[in-house]
Write a protein that binds this ligand. Sequence first.
Ligand SMILES: *[C@@H]1O[C@H](CO)[C@@H](O)[C@H](O)[C@H]1NC(C)=O
Ligand SMILES: *[C@@H]1O[C@H](CO)[C@@H](O)[C@H](O)[C@H]1NC(C)=O
Length: 257
Amino acid sequence: MVMKLVLLAFPAAVLWSSVVSAQSPDFAYYNLSLIWPASFCISAAKNCVRPIPKIFTISNGLCPTLQNGTALPPYDPVDNNCNYSPAAPGDMAKALKPIQRRLQKTWPSLSNGATNQLFWEVVWANQGMCSDYPQDPLVYFTSALNLAENSKYDPLKVLGVQPSSTTAYAISTLLNNVKKKVGFYPQISCSISSNKLYLREVRFCFKRAKPPTQLQDCPTTMDYVCNSVPTAQQNVIFPPATATISGHVSWDLLASA
Ligand SMILES: *[C@@H]1O[C@H](CO)[C@@H](O)[C@H](O)[C@H]1NC(C)=O
Ligand SMILES: *[C@@H]1O[C@H](CO)[C@@H](O)[C@H](O)[C@H]1NC(C)=O
């Protein structure tokens, strides 16, 4: 009798421990990346959607991130079994129907080589499957939309500056403006085109919660591209949404550079 119990208990214990570890992905906070389409379009040239959206749109969504600022790797059934049986990327078309219009406006694919549908599938595969919503893509995407649509986090309001074809802004000024307005440091990401730095993304770090609502300081305030130039040159162009003409920087922007 005792023997039987032990034999029965063993597989149950193994199953239990694998379920437990699979159900608690190990990450510290979420980061929400808001991208400035005009900067993306300067790097992407002809592969960029037209017309260029005039709002910051979502790029990566809520990215599960470790305390040291490293993004969690994507779900993999063998190497990164972070959640038990997450919804498959192929399920997105059906799952996201109820919020299609909000997604099209605030979370469009900026690359004309990828449909919105494909883009959202990639977001789910890279960020959603290891989030706290593995079975619930609708709630995962809605949580990100709710934050991105909240004017409290609108970079056009909290950066403290407006797009300009004549001025480059010190990244430190932008960071401090956001800190003053929302109380916490974001992370700024840059792109480089013709040897000039562009403001690419503003990323906000939210404490891990369902749903995430509380900001925290991001552990690093600039990505490696912004950091690839000396501090004195860490100034970014924040181009107007009209600043590209068929993939090239417009003449007034060039003339001012
Ligand atoms: C962050 O932490 C993870 C897990 O401990 C580690 O694998 C990774 O190398 C760290 N990254 C940095 C930039 O320190
Ligand atoms: C935010 O997530 C992106 C990937 O989605 C990652 O490259 C970046 O390092 C993260 N930044 C912070 C501050 O967590």
